[in-house]
Design a protein around this ligand. Structure first.
Ligand code: DWN
Length: 399
């Protein structure tokens, strides 16, 4: 990307691929492991992991994260599609990282295109009747799509752009395909919220970058795009939806006051100061010590602990803290492809919620803390039976 100075502020230790669930015990010795360290770029203010993992290792036909397993996210994408249709009335749409189609399914098949490198999901949108390119997002692909289909009025990506290594190429590829009046809308976890909440578990191989509005403003500008609006969203523990366009477009998409407001808010928080990241690193270390103290004490007192949600986030927590079956017996997850596997690195068994009697457990650690409200609503019997939850967000606590 650039030759500017990247300052390391956090070392999370050795990690496996966050979503590489293991099918057999014989796979335990063959896991791909890398050093998960985190840096801050003094020039662009971009936060990134130090060692990128080849995308082909992560996004392939075995990639298990299916958005359609989360009802709240399905509603989020339906509402987002409705809002974008109303606000911009795009004649045609392209989605980068379309997964199993929860966003694109709200648009007409005839003028909507999907880009998805994971074969399993590309097949799903292909079967739904959407023209789908099974490929990674690059300027080369953008050129090909433009030649075959023409420019796009709306390019959308959710939880995808922060997964791509070459951001300059990514944004150039978008600018290349966008019609003169087109809009590029993308949403990813917010660095500000992660620093504020202490949610270090948003850092893993799939997230080479954690975006602030500040860094995106710098990066988009140098690639022929400008931010004209920002929405702060509650999904995934706090995300930002960025609206970008080409400068000097004929549209009346004037720059909203939200942009300056977000830049100011981030500056006030300390996004532009390295000390903020050093303070965060200390908080992460403290969170690990507290979580280990909490789980070990409970175990010592004979309590049984399980985990709800085999998330990428829980892979980070379990591997950073060194949590295994000595502390947590089992993880339940509603995603069929994750069931009857072992969690990456920790090797804790992952099963269907139907295979676990929650009344056998005293505590449930929230691997999917971002769905705390939904999970607690679904666990009335566990709660009535005296069951309690554990979360490390915003600080280690039982409730
Ligand atoms: O960007 C990414 C986000 C969108 O999704 C990816 N890099 C990977 C993935 O991250 P995650 O695994 O941390 O995402 P979620 O959405 O927090 O995953 C929730 C998991 O929990 C799913 O596997 C479904 C499961 N779940 C469950 O078992 N019971 C969810 C709910 C609400 C439940 O009640």
């Amino acid at each position: 990307m650039s030759s500017s100075v990247k300052k390391e502020f956090l070392d999370l230790g050795r990690h496996p691929i966050a979503n590489a669930f293991l099918k057999n015990k014989s796979d335990f010795d063959n896991e791909f492991i890398f050093d998960l360290k985190v840096c801050w770029d003094e020039e662009t203010k971009l936060v990134s992991i130090k060692n990128f993992v080849e995308p082909e290792r992560i996004f392939n036909e075995d990639y298990p994260y299916d958005t359609s397993n989360s009802f709240p996210m399905m509603k989020h994408f339906f509402d987002t599609a409705e809002m974008l249709n109303k606000r911009f009335q795009p004649k045609n749409v392209l989605e980068i990282g379309s997964n199993s189609g929860p966003f694109i399914e709200n648009f007409n098949r005839l003028n909507s295109i999907c880009v998805e490198p994971c074969d399993n999901f590309a097949k799903v949108t292909g079967n739904m009747g959407y023209k789908t390119y099974t490929d990674f997002w690059t300027t080369e692909l953008s050129d090909k799509i433009k030649d075959e289909n023409g420019e796009r009025d709306l390019i959308y990506a959710a939880n995808c752009i922060c997964h791509i290594h070459d951001l300059d190429d990514t944004f150039k590829a978008v600018a290349n395909l966008l019609s003169d009046d087109g809009v590029f809308v993308f949403e990813d976890p917010s660095l500000h919220k992660i620093l504020e909440r202490g949610s270090y578990d948003q850092i893993y191989d799939e997230h080479p970058y954690i975006f602030s509005v500040t860094a995106l403003d710098n990066l988009l500008k140098r690639n022929g795009l400008i931010i004209f609006d920002v929405d702060n969203l509650s999904v995934h523990g706090g995300s930002n939806r960025i609206y970008a366009k080409k400068p000097n477009t004929p549209s009346n998409n004037t720059i909203s006051h939200n942009v300056l407001q977000n830049l100011r808010k981030e500056d006030d928080f300390g996004i532009n100061n390295f000390e903020t990241y050093e303070t965060f690193a200390k908080r992460v270390q403290f969170s690990k010590e507290e979580l280990m103290r909490c789980l070990s004490n409970l175990r010592h007192n004979g309590k049984k602990i399980m985990c709800i949600g085999a998330t990428a986030k829980s892979t980070t927590v379990f591997n950073y803290c060194g949590i295994g079956t000595d502390l947590i017996d089992v993880i339940t997850d509603t995603t069929i492809d994750k069931q009857n596997t072992f969690a990456p690195g920790s090797h804790i068994p992952v099963v269907s919620p139907e295979d676990v009697d929650m009344l056998d457990y005293d505590y449930a650690y929230l691997g999917a803390w971002n769905f705390k409200d939904v999970i607690m609503k679904n666990q009335k019997e566990f709660i009535q039976n005296g069951g309690k939850f554990i979360s490390h967000i915003p600080k280690v606590d039982t409730f």
